[in-house]
Design a protein around this ligand. Structure first.
Ligand code: 6GU
Length: 258
């Protein structure tokens, strides 16, 4: 019995936020089948005061609160080393049994932040090759800079807009990466012959009924001429991409012909 192909740990102050995604459809099945292990941890387990606070006012003043580096360091060191919160909470240095430490050797640890590198399919493919990912969800106005430097190995953003926190972004990363794990998506063709891997948007699809409210399915698709169908789809994908996402074509160009 080998372990799951991919282990993902999530650190968040809203662990229940992930209940829905984790219990639904493909992710639940991948977990049940042992292809994926998804572990969600409550950052507050590493808070030390009575109010379990994980943030404090910024040095230098200004509005809002900043997430505390001590709490993040201790939480990350516990998760990296599979230690319970009680071992690391409140410490001012890593526990002696820690193999992975902040600022040192550590698993791929992704901080979700609007200032990160833009997440795309190429990055998802890179993450899917890792045995283990740790996702850090920030909240509030920001996180102590020392967490960016000493805890995170990567900083990732899911687009040029501002979310309340990293949870939605982490869910996007989890879905994009887990569907690339072998066996998670049933049909192997459906993860390779597709938008962003081919550099083209998907061609239009149709199914029954052939005629709906006067709207017909393109004739070529029912012609039985597989060559003609393939040429039509390629042409459609190219035209759609040129119209909607010329940037995708531009990105693909340097890879040369073919
Ligand atoms: Cl990763 N976090 C937040 N708060 N906002 C974002 C984001 C991440 N990516 C895009 N917007």
């Amino acid at each position: 019995m080998t372990g799951p192909a991919l282990v993902i740990d999530v650190l968040t102050i809203f662990p229940s936020w992930f209940d829905g995604p984790l219990s639904t459809s493909l992710l639940a099945r991948a977990t049940a089948e042992g292809r994926l292990a998804l572990r969600v941890h409550d950052l507050r387990e590493w808070a030390t005061d009575r109010h379990r606070s994980v943030d404090a006012p910024p040095y230098g003043g200004g509005p809002g609160m900043v997430m505390r580096a001590d709490v993040w360091f201790n939480a990350a060191e516990a998760v990296w080393n599979d230690l319970p919160p009680t071992v690391t909470a409140g410490r001012d240095r890593p526990p002696p049994e820690a193999r992975y430490v902040a600022g040192g050797s550590r698993p791929r640890t992704i901080l979700l932040t609007p200032r990160g590198d833009r997440f795309d399919q190429a990055m998802a493919e890179q993450f899917a090759r890792e045995p283990r990912l740790v996702l850090l969800c920030g909240r509030y106005e920001g996180i102590d800079e020392r967490v960016h430097h000493e805890v995170a190995t990567d900083e990732v953003s899911v687009g040029d807009y501002v979310l309340l926190g990293g949870e939605v972004a982490a869910a996007a990363v989890i879905e994009a990466v887990t569907r690339l794990v072998p066996g998670v998506v049933g049909n192997a063709g459906s993860t390779t012959d597709e938008s962003f891997t081919s550099g083209l948007l998907e061609y239009p699809q149709y199914t029954r009924p052939a005629r709906l409210r006067g709207l017909e399915v393109p004739e070529v698709l029912a012609s039985g001429d597989h060559g003609a169908v393939r040429r039509w789809r390629e042409e459609q994908a190219r035209t759609l991409t040129d119209r909607r996402r010329p940037d995708l074509r531009a990105e693909q160009a340097p890879r040369g012909p073919g």
